[in-house]
Ligand binder design. Structure first.
Ligand code: HEC
Ligand code: HEC
Ligand code: HEC
Ligand code: HEC
Length: 393
């Protein structure tokens, strides 16, 4: 895996060489599959990705490198997804993206959003869906041609003399058997979960690559005619500084979700009566004192400190009862329900605190931890080891 400092050296050498040659290979940088992740959550360090680092990397390559964004940018149609799509589009414009693929996930949020994304990305949007007066699915970028296609597209525009790059809305096996593969492209960018593959797949003269998921990594390669070379995976770790312009866009994103009070508008699906950890102290005094010393007791502060205190993407695991009408609302309205408290693991306790003999609470166990300590947010989680740090008997 290539780290931040290395590809720069290679690309600089390449750019110099380009000055002396008439038909130099083109550097193509590909991101995509952001799935609504504009920035890594930071629950465990280090995490790769995010538009701030991506912009820094892409900008550092200079205007000759072509940045292509391969799609699946959002994963839903809620207001927050729309604001994310708008922010991503502005960030892609700032990076000088030459093509931004959109597919069914973006279309599901409505034709208005598609047109807005096209405007905000300075006309970079490419779509294979001809309805709603959407932008076209083909673009001539001079040295190459970019086409957006999906598994359902039965025919593609005829091949030209330019090397074709297809941004494919589907996985590798779908891509291989698609009409897109038969249109003689040089390169197909497919979508995949996890990290990008270490090496491109080549089959019947077509090279297949993927940027992996959640906007965590980029891939970079050169196209010399139809020949794909210098394939690299770029990890966007903390060593990559934030791009100042896109950092401002990201701050605007956070202030929009805060100002629109998206957290206040989230759907609350239960009426479970939460009461707060302090209410347990009178009878479970030692337990309460022990809990106070754990990181759980300060978990809301951790997200406030990074500007995400009103972000529905974060709050669910950092406070008590966000899906209940009697759960966390805000630090001001429900101070006792900020942070991870007793009731995250033992269940809503208002009734138990009033009458412990009649209303019992369960002890819980490893399963309760896993709802928050997911492989993504807490990759080092091991019950025995973590339990030792919070046990309260
Ligand atoms: C699915 C549950 C979940 C969600 C959603 C979540 N977190 Fe976390 N977060 C955790 C867990 C679990 C930890 C502790 C991880 C560990 O130490 O193993 C944590 C830890 C943290 C920490 C403390 C890291 C440290 O160095 O101590 C920060 C900061 C944080 N999260 C920020 C965020 C932000 C910002 C978001 C939203 C973008 C978010 N979290 C969303 C579960 C979550
Ligand atoms: C008025 C005193 C009182 C308060 C307040 C109280 N509890 Fe209890 N709790 C008890 C008693 C007494 C028991 C034992 C009940 C039994 O076994 O019949 C108990 C049992 C429990 C158990 C089960 C332990 C086991 O061995 O199964 C849990 C978990 C628990 N309490 C959590 C809480 C939480 C969380 C709160 C705050 C929301 C809370 N309690 C508030 C008195 C209280
Ligand atoms: C409601 C979500 C949630 C549940 C349930 C939960 N945790 Fe956590 N846990 C967190 C968050 C969030 C943090 C990060 C707190 C911080 O540093 O801000 C965390 C941090 C921790 C830490 C501190 C890690 C460190 O960096 O030292 C330990 C230990 C831990 N949890 C153990 C557990 C265990 C064991 C369970 C199950 C019995 C559990 N947690 C259940 C959300 C949860
Ligand atoms: C992160 C999850 C978590 C949090 C937060 C938490 N507990 Fe627990 N608690 C557990 C688990 C898991 C057990 C069961 C341990 C076992 O079975 O050995 C437990 C056990 C207990 C017991 C039974 C103790 C015994 O003797 O077996 C009580 C009472 C209790 N917790 C009360 C509380 C109170 C009160 C708070 C808040 C001040 C709290 N817990 C916070 C997870 C949690």
């Amino acid at each position: 895996m290539i780290r931040w400092a290395l590809p720069l050296a290679g690309v600089t050498a390449l750019a110099l060489a380009a000055g002396f040659r008439s038909s130099a290979p083109v550097t193509v940088v590909i991101g995509g599959n952001s799935s609504g992740v504009l920035s890594p959550c930071g629950c465990t360090a280090p995490m790769s990705g995010g538009i701030k680092r991506k912009a820094q990397y892409v900008r550092s390559l200079g205007p000759r490198a072509m940045y292509l964004e391969s799609g699946a940018q959002i994963r839903g149609t809620a207001r927050q997804d729309v604001i994310k799509a708008e922010t991503l589009s502005e960030a892609f414009a700032s990076m000088g993206a030459r093509a931004v693929a959109i597919g069914p996930t973006e279309f599901a949020a409505g034709a208005g959003l598609v047109l807005t994304m096209n405007n905000l990305s300075k006309g970079a949007v490419l779509s294979s869906d001809g309805t709603f007066g959407a932008p076209s699915g083909v673009r001539d970028l001079g040295e190459l041609e970019v086409v957006v296609a999906g598994p359902a597209d039965a025919s593609l525009p005829p091949a030209t003399d330019k090397p074709r790059v297809i941004l494919f809305d589907g996985g590798l096996s779908e891509a291989k058997s698609s009409a897109a593969a038969k249109s003689q492209p040089a390169l197909i960018v497919f979508q995949s979960q996890g990290d990008p593959v270490e090496e491109p797949t080549v089959e019947n003269g077509v090279t297949y690559v993927s940027p992996g998921d959640k906007g965590r990594m980029l891939i970079s390669l050169t196209l010399d005619g139809r020949t794909v070379g210098s394939f690299q995976r770029i990890t966007l770790g903390p060593e990559v500084p934030d791009d100042p312009q896109v950092k401002r866009l990201y701050q605007t994103y956070l202030s929009r979700i805060t100002t629109e009070d998206l957290l206040g508008k989230t759907l609350r699906t239960s009426n479970a009566a939460f009461v707060g950890s302090k209410a347990c102290a009178s009878c479970h005094g030692i337990t309460y004192q022990k809990w106070k010393t754990t990181k759980h007791a300060d978990a809301y502060h951790s997200i406030e400190a990074v500007g995400h205190g009103r972000d529905p993407d974060c709050v669910s695991c950092h406070v008590v009862g966000v899906t209940s009408t009697k759960g966390f609302l805000s630090r001001a309205k429900t101070p006792g329900l900020a942070n991870v408290g007793c009731e995250n693991c033992h269940g809503a306790g208002r009734n138990h605190a009033k009458n412990p003999k009649k209303f019992k609470l369960s002890k819980g166990g490893e399963r309760t931890c896993l709802s928050c300590h997911t492989p993504e947010n807490s990759p080092n989680f091991a019950f025995q080891e973590y339990w030792k740090r919070i046990q309260h008997r």
